[in-house]
Design a protein around this ligand. Structure first.
Ligand code: DOR
Ligand code: ZN
Length: 452
């Protein structure tokens, strides 16, 4: 791993500097041999991004993603750490399975932190071995993909993680409210207005009563329940991928009382809305569904105000055969790692809702803290800190092409859009894990990303 010096690089809070990377750490450039250099004028050096919500799919049989492909996509998106959700096959619900994922991700392009299941097999019936998984290094537990519906089991899980200051990350979906409608031809993705104005060729009797198939109330009741349980137990609950203005109001209430509650929004809920689903393109089918334009605005404002603490990608690659189905049978989910930063710049930074230091809080510092890895990720850009970094060009743009991806997933909801193209390079502990071709002209004297 050779040393490198970034010349005239911008700092997130303003100003420029020369800074080196050596031995896995940020280093004083005057102490390094002049060799490999990057002319970084006009670029900004950020701490590497941290994603608390990634689906890497390995070790599924015939996986829609692998740890290698998913972390390559992560590096390209500027991430240096990803938390791997437990809804794999087999489920990550024991210490042995946690160790298996740790072993498989030794040389990956981003740090992989396993999330442990809350319930055995995600079945929601019995708790998984939370303490055993914690002893193997897990601090975040989630049944994501499913909501843990049994409130008493959830309370027990919160008590257990409270013993070691762990976190329960909840997928808030009351399955009773949502599933009664989910068999309809839209697969639970249609809004009330669409149901009333566009009658579907529905072989089953309508029971939705004009409400949404996957109604917003199905999210709100679980957000409210979980806030109450966090209050009762004193343990930390993290609310994944919030999608509605009502959820934001409930989290605001929790924060006004200093309850141990944090919340997350995805890039796709910041940028997209439910009108996209009606194109019939199953790429836009996701849990929770894309909602209204007013929800999108409320989520953006909440992220700016800190009511929502972090962006989590919910990167959910699927095989083409699982998406080329009628919408009620297609799998929910969309990829997100490569475009998360682009979407946050587009929806939050360019309109002036947040600046670079706040972006760093929402996409690096706070997710690292929630996930318990803040000793080496989400660190300030300072000499002596671990070189987990992303170098960005805030002005570059791109037309997104779903085939131009390091993920194995092609379920890219941004295909065809004009978005920022920020990530110039990513370093994981001083190792270059991604380099944009546009950086080539700025580099002098050292090896290329491909080692040439
Ligand atoms: O759309 C989704 N896809 N939401 C989830 O919660 C799970 C995810 C998946 O695993 O595909
Ligand atoms: Zn989820």
């Amino acid at each position: 791993m050779s040393d490198i010096i970034l010349r005239q690089v911008g700092l997130p809070g303003g100003g420029t500097t020369d800074i080196g990377i050596s031995g896995g750490l940020l280093a004083d450039p005057d102490r390094l041999q002049p060799g490999d250099q990057i002319d970084a004028s006009g670029l900004i050096l950020l701490p590497g991004l941290v994603d608390l919500h990634t689906h890497l799919r390995e070790p599924d049989a015939d996986p829609a993603e692998t740890i290698a492909s998913g972390t390559a996509a992560a590096a390209r998106g500027g991430f240096t750490a990803v938390f791997a959700m437990a809804n794999t096959n087999p489920v990550t619900d024991s210490a042995a399975r946690v160790r298996g994922i740790q072993a498989r991700s030794q040389s990956s392009s981003a740090e992989v932190v396993p999330i442990g299941a809350i319930s055995q097999g995600l079945a929601g019936l019995e708790l998984a071995d939370i303490v055993g998984m914690h002893q193997a290094g897990v601090t975040v537990f989630s049944d994501d993909g499913h909501c843990l519906m049994n409130s008493q089991l959830m309370e027990q899980a919160l008590y257990q993680v409270g013993q070691f200051h762990g976190v329960i990350a909840e997928h808030c979906q009351d399955h009773d409210l949502a599933s009664a409608r989910a068999w309809r031809p839209t697969g639970g993705q249609q809004s009330a207005e669409q149901l009333s104005t566009q009658p579907m060729a529905d072989p089953f009797p309508t029971i939705s009563g004009g409400d949404e198939d996957w109604p917003r109330s199905a999210e709100a009741v679980m957000v409210a329940r979980d806030i109450q349980l966090a209050q009762a137990t004193g343990s930390h609950i993290h609310l994944c991928h919030l999608s509605t203005a009502e959820s934001v109001d409930l989290v605001r209430w929790a924060k006004s009382r200093d309850l141990p509650v944090t919340a997350e929004v995805t890039p796709h809920h910041l940028l997209l809305d439910h009108s996209m689903v009606m194109s019939g393109d199953t790429t836009f089918k996701v849990n929770p569904p894309l909602r209204d334009i007013e929800d999108r605005l409320a989520l953006r404002q909440a992220l700016a105000d800190g009511i929502i603490d972090i962006v989590g990608t919910d990167h959910a690659p699927h095989r083409a055969l699982d998406k080329t189905l009628p919408i009620n049978r297609a799998k929910p989910g969309m990829i997100g790692l490569e475009y998360a930063l682009a979407v946050v710049i587009e929806t939050m930074v360019l309109p002036g809702l947040i600046d670079w230091p706040i972006l760093i809080e929402r996409m690096s510092v706070t997710p690292a803290k929630i996930g318990g890895i803040a000793d080496h990720q989400g660190r300030p850009v300072m000499i002596g800190e671990p070189a987990n970094l992303t170098l960005i060009d805030p002005t570059r743009r791109q037309q997104v092409d779903r085939n131009d991806s390091l993920s194995l997933g092609r379920n890219n909801p941004y295909h065809g859009l004009d978005l920022p193209d920020p990530v110039m390079a990513t370093w994981l502990n001083g190792r270059l894990t991604w380099q944009h071709e546009a950086l080539t002209d700025r580099r002098a004297g050292g090896p290329r990303a491909d080692g040439s």
